[in-house]
Design a protein. Structure first.
Lengths: 379, 447
């Protein structure tokens, strides 16, 4: 029950701080109060939690599939799937020779360990995780009687590949019913773009796809998804700006059921995991999907490869809120290595399922642990 | 959760005895702890090295302060060095003596450029300028629409054309002159710094519009790569300042230090939320504390201000002073605290939080338990806990789905809280002064 003490401290601090500061700041704040309070208030006055009501006049654009022939799936040519190492050519060129140095050395000395540490930290693996990895490696080096830096690097790579190789990397799909894949994450990571890419791929393999534009907050978010749905030739369910995202999800589920769709891809608004009311909203969206038992097959957390240690916080909080089943690691075509996914896998058991390597429709590939680890060391 | 640096330092310095100066050996050990803290905060590896070097230079041989403990003294040096590095000369937008002034925003995909453009336009308008928003991101689907929507929200016109970004940039000044606008906020497409074609396009945009300010937009949760991105943009297209976005998250924000260190350009603005008003000048001192994980008291205050109802807060503060703070009041205050965000983050903002408390089960489930117990009490029981005898405890436990041990523990701890409140308002509540965090180890039962 130390919680009580902690809360007591918080109350005191908050009140004390408030009292001490509010008097002087009151005049400054008056103008900002309206907007300020909106930051911590729920973004919209959502209807009561239990029933989802369609706000009156809410326009749901559900293209009638029966009336017009649907454009051939995969309207855009899906090019041969890119390999990670090809995409990383540019980035690796910048770092080539970095690990060439280690390989060329004869003995495993402190400098070699330092360079390994630096490589991992610079890949955003995190200083604690790096320590753990290298400590484990030191033990293994003794056991395996490794003597050269080249062997050491290979051993390290093998260890990391091992850590990342879990059984379940496929996107769960059961034929004969609507499968819902929900996309969540913080702002700007590439959720909408990833959905577009996935929709293209799935439609190209003959699946009947419905896209749900449940980001009703971000300016022109539904328009962005609409452009993708047109490219892909998939149905889109959207609402008015500022509509309740729950109503969009509800309608998408209904539409999918009616049309016998195979796949429902739900785009949600980017949200920082620190915003309580927004995380509550996300939980609500999940609950709506769960009203059709067994429909929700994937909750995919989209993480930007350039994210630092905060990526782990994101995975923790989103995981606790809506039970994340996999990670989509985006923007790996940049110089960032995305090393944070090692901790996400190790500490939370959440695997990376897909990797984004560009902005166009074809730039989405399966996560390959070996390719990924190779790229970490750019050797 | 954020470990207080002082926790880490105390053990190192407890070995120091009666020396007049900070010893090199201890400084080295401290340096390792600082390095850890900074790396955990996503400060770039190389930047950490040079930063620590500077701190060591300053700390080595420094005379021991009479008022601060050695640990506090070193923290102060580190803190100050961070503020100096992050701050320095006040950054301001450069205004063109012949209007319009052009501000061009650049950066990686998803960093927050378009939103920042909207916010900046609003900010400039509030300062009496007449901005024009220019949408030169023709790459991202519906990016122009997005900026148009934002423009409508802030009452600023948006110019674009479907030709190409360089043409849009080139025509921006003429368009501003035509509409009688004296400042242009130019949005560009997100791009990787290693994409030669796009970086070349950016260079040509720069040549064609001759911006007075090029601002690099950086996401506060960026990791080690912040350095490479900043360096590249600075080299290829030149930057004059930085906008740091998404500071309303809980990322420590070491990228800020990395970018400042590597480019030397000032961080001008901070994005602190998704609303267009969530935009403010950058505060180096707050950022310094945040990076060090030392707790961000000012942010805590702001969150409290935003979440707490002012009248109620004053009433409750009065009750605390009078010593009449009850479980009913406590329950009310808990509702306000819940609005402030995940408890783990809030607690992380409190400096000097003892280890014992930080390691306890701090999650919202635990909070739920506390609430449930209090709600299972009658109003009389909440206002006077002395009447809660054995049978009442049992009833409360059953009603809340907890055990009598839980109920006992809550009552005991609450009594401590009341005692703490008495002490704090008695001892530290000077008018206008923020009450000091008491040494919580002083309280009974808090070894």
């Amino acid at each position: 029950m130390e919680m009580v003490i902690v809360l007591g401290i918080l109350v005191l601090l908050a009140l004390g701080a408030f009292a001490a500061v509010s008097v002087t700041k009151r005049s400054q704040r008056r103008m900002d109060v309206a907007e300020r309070s909106a930051v911590t208030q729920p973004r919209k006055q959502a209807p009561a939690d239990v029933e989802i009501l369609l706000p009156p006049g809410d326009e749901l654009v559900v293209p009638e599939v029966e009336e017009a022939p649907r454009p051939a799936p995969g309207v855009e040519e899906a090019a041969a799937r890119p390999r990670l190492r090809d995409r990383l050519g540019k980035a690796r060129a910048l770092l080539s020779g970095y690990f060439g140095d280690i390989r060329g050395r004869s003995a495993i000395d402190d400098e070699v360990w330092d360079e390994l540490e630096e490589a991992l930290i610079r890949a955003d693996v995190g200083v604690t995780a790096t320590g753990r990895i290298l400590d484990d490696l030191r033990v293994r080096v003794k056991e395996a009687q490794v003597t050269t830096p080249a062997e050491l690097l290979d051993l390290l790579k093998a260890d990391l590949v091992d850590q990342l190789s879990t059984a379940d990397r496929a996107l769960t799909f059961s034929p004969g019913q609507p499968n819902v894949w929900m996309f969540v994450g913080v702002n700007g990571v590439g959720k909408t773009t990833s959905i577009g890419k996935i929709a293209l791929r799935e439609a190209a393999s003959g699946r009947n796809v419905v896209m749900a534009a449940a980001d009703t907050f971000r300016a022109a978010a539904a328009e962005q998804l609409q452009l993708w749905s047109e490219r892909v030739g998939a149905d889109l369910v959207r609402g008015q700006d500022g509509a309740d995202p729950g109503s969009v999800v509800f309608d998408a589920m209904a539409a999918a059921g009616n049309r016998g769709a195979d796949l429902v891809l739900v785009d949600t608004a980017g949200r920082l995991h620190t915003k309580v009311n927004l995380m509550e909203e996300l939980k609500k969206l999940r609950r709506i999907v769960d009203r059709t038992p067994g429909a929700l097959k994937e909750v995919l957390l989209v993480i930007d490869a350039s994210t630092g240690q905060n990526g782990l916080n994101q995975a923790k909080q989103f995981g606790e809120a809506v039970d994340v089943t996999g990670v989509i690691l985006t923007k790996l075509d940049g110089t960032a290595k995305g090393g944070i996914v090692l901790a996400v896998q190790a500490e939370l058991g959440i695997p990376v399922k897909l990797v984004g390597v560009g902005e166009t429709a074809a730039d989405l590939i399966e996560f390959d642990p070996e390719e990924f680890v190779d790229a970490l060391f750019a050797a | 959760m954020f470990d207080s640096l002082s926790d880490r330092f105390e053990s190192i310095f407890s070995k120091m005895r009666g020396r007049g100066r900070l010893g090199e050996k201890e400084i080295d050990e401290i340096a390792r702890e600082i390095r850890l803290a900074l790396l955990e905060a996503d400060v770039n590896f190389k930047v950490v090295k040079s930063f620590i070097g500077r701190v060591k230079d300053e700390a080595n041989g420094a005379e021991l302060s009479k008022s601060l403990s050695p640990a506090q003294q070193v923290i102060k040096i580190v803190h100050q060095e961070l503020i100096n590095t992050l701050g320095g000369e006040t950054g301001k937008l450069t205004m063109n003596p012949k209007p319009p002034t052009v501000v061009m925003l650049v950066g990686l995909q998803g960093s927050g450029k378009t939103t920042a453009c909207g916010k900046l336009a609003r900010h400039l308008k509030s300062q009496g300028l007449q901005p024009l928003l220019v949408a030169a991101d023709l790459q991202r689907p519906a990016a122009v629409t997005q900026l148009q929507v934002l423009g409508e929200q802030v009452g600023v016109p948006v110019y674009s054309e479907p030709t190409d970004p360089v043409a849009v940039a080139r025509n921006a000044r003429n368009e501003a002159a035509r509409l009688g606008k004296n400042i242009v906020v130019l949005d560009t497409a997100g791009r990787l710094q290693i994409d030669e074609a796009l970086m070349d396009e950016l260079r040509r945009m720069r040549e064609s519009v001759q911006p007075d300010n090029v601002l690099l937009v950086v996401d506060a949760m960026t990791g080690q790569e912040a350095v490479n991105v900043a360096e590249s943009f600075a080299e290829t297209v030149g930057i004059d300042g930085v906008v740091l976005t998404k500071l309303d998250g809980d990322a420590r924000g070491g990228a800020a230090l990395s970018v400042k260190e590597v480019t030397g350009k000032p961080i001008l603005f901070a994005g602190i939320g998704e609303k267009l008003g969530d935009f403010e000048p950058f505060h180096p001192d707050r950022m310094a504390g945040r990076i060090l994980g030392m707790g961000d008291v000012l942010t805590l205050i702001e969150k409290a201000e935003a979440s707490f109802d002012e009248e109620q807060a004053i009433k409750t503060a009065d009750k605390i002073k009078k010593g009449s703070f009850t479980l009913e009041d406590f329950l009310e205050q808990m509702q306000q605290i819940k609005k402030m965000g995940p408890l783990q983050n809030i607690i992380g903002m409190i400096p000097g939080m003892p280890k014992e408390l930080k390691n306890t089960q701090i999650d919202d489930k635990e909070l739920g338990k506390v609430e449930a117990i209090i709600r299972s009490m009658t109003p009389e029981e909440r206002n006077d806990t002395t009447i809660i005898n054995g049978s009442r405890r049992l009833r409360i436990a059953q009603g809340s789905g907890t055990t009598t041990q839980d109920v006992n523990a809550l009552l005991k701890q609450f009594k401590m809280v009341q005692g703490m409140m008495k002490q704090m308002t008695g001892a530290g509540g000077k008018k206008g002064r923020f009450p000091k965090m008491p040494n919580l180890g002083d309280f009974p039962g808090m070894q």
